[in-house]
Design a protein around this ligand. Structure first.
Ligand SMILES: *[C@@H]1O[C@H](CO)[C@@H](O)[C@H](O)[C@H]1NC(C)=O
Ligand SMILES: *[C@@H]1O[C@H](CO)[C@@H](O)[C@H](O)[C@H]1NC(C)=O
Ligand SMILES: *[C@@H]1O[C@H](CO)[C@@H](O)[C@H](O)[C@H]1NC(C)=O
Ligand SMILES: *[C@@H]1O[C@H](CO)[C@@H](O)[C@H](O)[C@H]1NC(C)=O
Ligand SMILES: *[C@@H]1O[C@H](CO)[C@@H](O)[C@H](O)[C@H]1NC(C)=O
Ligand SMILES: *[C@@H]1O[C@H](CO)[C@@H](O)[C@H](O)[C@H]1NC(C)=O
Ligand SMILES: *[C@@H]1O[C@H](CO)[C@@H](O)[C@H](O)[C@H]1NC(C)=O
Length: 668
């Protein structure tokens, strides 16, 4: 063993010696920078590097002054290009929102000087006469916020492109990122002023360039790159090349900032410590240093007069003023949408756009005009503005939940007592509709069902144990599971229930949920817990396996019925007949027995979601169901439940029982 280990070490060493002249650089801010600079480049007092200011047609360059050898050292006369990688954080502050331009680029170039390069679309890299010329030897990743050069290739602004000697990208894509390998991509507005992290990696042996983006607040690198483009850079690069950044403005302008940067040849770029990076300064040039300061004073006076005028008008129209009024804390919430955008997106909350009505409000389908992104907007009516701040804080925190089996909460908006919550739009509707009202009578097959059950378990496990706080879903049921285009499940409505009942919670039992899915102890104690969620999941397991609703009538209670079959030793009789026996008997039995375990009357007898996950993954054996009290069956509990609900004048009557199940039908 020892010898083998030594050999392994030795070979690593030789590998390093033969291939790698590993060199790297790392900047947290640019206070003591020795970068080669050109144009409008300025290092702000905070340490942020500003490549351009908001004047028109300016260019800024910042390049590391020493070149890097780009090719592997080898006796061969045609050596391969070495791997390299870089991480940097940039921020683009537009001169006026949505009007920013033109963009910035990470570039690898034969020189740090770009004589004759033009601003605007050319980003300070090329000009109209040398664009596309093979003698440029320039490789760049552009982060462009204006429609591409010539408009043909990069028809959308706000895109990332790979440029080789030519400002028309060989590959480009609208700026976005996808989380944890999920299929859905989130839009990323680059000229929002918020910092954005970018990763560029070139795999020398495999000859692939990967470009990945993520918003600052995410910090972790998404597993799926935005662009993954196979290309051999050999013909385009020179032996020694310089690395750095360039940015330019045109008729549209932005301040382009770099806040931190690392780069390495032959190895991963050193990780940035995000807490050491400077903040991008809000654009405010000191007035005294400017020769035009008297003009600025004049403008300021005019603005003050205008603002007073507007305030006066606002006061005048106060009674009929229907636009939103922002409080300070609301402004700080990054997920806040504008009411008018959502109003337009849903065609004014037109009834034709209504896709569901649930306990907590109506859900509308919408499309954001500017980006074309489809959303689902839930409109919640509230009776008072009380607790609004806490509510927003909760939504903010839930907005940070990210899992491939959760419906992504994109943001929210408040207007008077209207509260709007914005979710990703999920195209295939709810598990409820797929189970009970399938389109074109297409029955979910067992493989799909099993995959869906596993996905829901993964989502619940994340809520219960894997996120920074424990989130109790409180209303696990098929109509709260949406199915995406790849037939993967997404839990919706998580964690919000408590907040909706915030004002009531003090004088009711706080019981929230849907009959048929409510654990017995929840009725007694009014306390939702991880194991009350497990109970709901257990009922859902049985429902999906049996293809039957949890309560049909006074006589048919699914949980009790499956238990009867189990005790008779004929549990497979409970399987959904619509499946035509096309399933793995072992899996079916496991799911049914697991359903019984999870919907056990005694909370302590239920497994945790982690154990459920292990059982579904086949990593853990399932045991026999024990301690089941048949005299205390669900129907008795159920009638008691109804009493409790009528006694506490349960508020969201439409969330109870079958009504909600049939009414919440499509995606949110
Ligand atoms: C850069 O210098 C400023 C002022 O001297 C200081 O406040 C800031 O923390 C420094 N930034 C870094 C990254 O060292
Ligand atoms: C922007 O930078 C350019 C070049 O350094 C300079 O001429 C111009 O005055 C600056 N504009 C502003 C608004 O500071
Ligand atoms: C270049 O890379 C290819 C494929 O990875 C490899 O087969 C070849 O030997 C390499 N050439 C040199 C000179 O290292
Ligand atoms: C374009 O750039 C090239 C190389 O930097 C330079 O030689 C040439 O003069 C520039 N052309 C114009 C029209 O500015
Ligand atoms: C630059 O790229 C565009 C788009 O691929 C192409 O149409 C154009 O001919 C290229 N320019 C040159 C000079 O090769
Ligand atoms: C580039 O992306 C592809 C596809 O996601 C991945 O397989 C590959 O490992 C990535 N390469 C690097 C160097 O990150
Ligand atoms: C990042 O920097 C902070 C402040 O200096 C330090 O406390 C922290 O340990 C650093 N984190 C890492 C991962 O190095």
């Amino acid at each position: 063993m020892a010898i083998a280990a030594h050999l392994a070490l030795l070979s690593v060493f030789i590998f390093l010696a033969a291939h790698a002249e590993q060199s790297s650089l790392l900047y947290h801010g640019f206070n003591d920078t020795s970068l080669d600079r050109e144009g409008a480049f300025v290092v702000k007092p905070s340490g942020a590097l500003r490549l351009t200011n908001t004047s028109q047609n300016v260019i800024g360059h910042a390049f590391f002054p020493t070149s890097f050898p780009m090719f592997e050292q080898s006796s061969d006369s045609f050596p391969n290009v070495s791997s390299f990688s870089t991480i940097f954080v940039f921020a683009i502050e537009p001169s006026s929102p949505g009007e920013g331009g033109y963009g910035l680029a990470f570039a690898i170039a034969p020189s740090t000087k770009f004589s004759g390069a033009e601003s605007g679309h050319y980003l300070g890299l090329f000009n109209s006469s040398n664009n596309g010329n093979p003698s440029n030897h320039i490789f760049a990743i552009e982060f462009d916020t204006v429609n591409g050069h010539g408009e043909e290739r990069n028809t959308k602004g706000n895109h990332v492109g790979i440029d080789i000697n030519n400002i028309s990208s060989v590959a480009s894509k609208p700026a976005s990122y996808s989380d944890y390998g999920e299929a859905h991509e989130h839009d990323l507005q680059m000229d929002s002023g918020d910092p954005i992290i970018a990763w560029v990696e070139y795999d020398g042996p495999k000859r692939i360039v990967n470009v990945t983006l993520a918003p600052w607040k995410h910090q972790r690198k998404p597993t799926k790159p935005l662009l993954s483009y196979p290309i051999d850079l050999k013909p385009f690069l020179k032996e020694q090349m310089f690395v750095g950044f360039t940015a330019s403005t045109g008729d549209k302008t932005s301040s382009h900032y770099i806040l931190g940067w690392s780069f390495a040849m032959n190895g991963p770029a050193p990780l940035l410590n995000y807490s050491l990076l400077p903040n991008p300064p809000k654009e405010q040039d000191s007035p005294s240093s400017s020769p035009k300061s008297h003009v600025k004073v004049f403008v300021a006076v005019i603005s003050v007069v205008a603002i007073l005028g507007i305030l006066f008008l606002a006061f005048w129209y106060r009674k009929t003023w229907h636009t939103e009024r922002l409080e300070d804390w609301e402004r700080d919430c990054p997920h806040r949408f504008h009411y008018t955008d959502l109003y337009k997106a849903t065609k004014g909350f037109k009834s034709s756009e209504l896709i569901g009505i649930g306990g907590f409000g109506s859900v509308y389908k919408g499309q954001i005009r500017s980006t074309g992104i489809e959303i689902a907007v839930k409109r919640v009516r509230r009776n008072s503005g009380q607790g609004m701040k806490e509510f927003a804080a909760e939504i903010e925190s839930l907005g940070r939940l990210r899992h491939k089996n959760l419906v992504n909460l994109q943001g929210w908006c408040k207007k008077k007592n209207d509260l709007l919550i914005v979710y990703d739009y999920i195209p295939n509707g709810s598990l409820y509709s797929l189970l009970y009202h399938p389109k074109n009578n297409i029955i979910l097959n067992w493989k799909q069902r099993f995959n869906i059950l596993k996905g829901i378990a993964a989502g619940l496990l994340y809520l219960h144990e894997e996120w920074e706080q424990v989130v109790i879903h409180r209303d696990v049921k098929p109509s709260n599971v949406l199915i995406d285009a790849d037939m993967n499940p997404r839990l919706s409505d998580f964690g919000l229930a408590r907040q909706y009942d915030h004002d009531e919670a003090s004088h009711t039992t706080g019981v929230v949920g849907t009959i048929g899915y409510i654990a017995p102890e929840l009725v007694r104690t009014g306390k939702a817990s991880k194991s009350t969620d497990v109970f709901g999941y257990g009922v859902l397991l049985l429902e999906v396996a049996c293809g039957r609703k949890p309560l049909k009538s006074e006589e048919f209670i699914l949980v009790d019925w499956v238990m009867e079959q189990y005790e008779k030793g004929k549990i497979l009789d409970a399987a959904d007949p619509k499946l035509n026996w096309e399933y793995e008997a072992e899996e079916m039995e496991m799911v049914l027995v697991l359903g019984l375990h999870c919907s056990h009357q005694i909370a302590e007898a239920r497994p945790t979601m982690r154990r459920v996950m292990r059982i579904l993954d086949g990593d853990d054996k399932i045991s026999a169901v024990e301690g089941w009290d048949c005299s205390q069956n669900y129907s008795k509990f159920n009638s008691r439940m109804t009493e409790v609900i009528s006694a506490t004048s349960y508020r969201s009557s439409s969330s109870i029982g079958d009504i909600s199940s049939t009414s919440i039908d499509a995606g949110r």
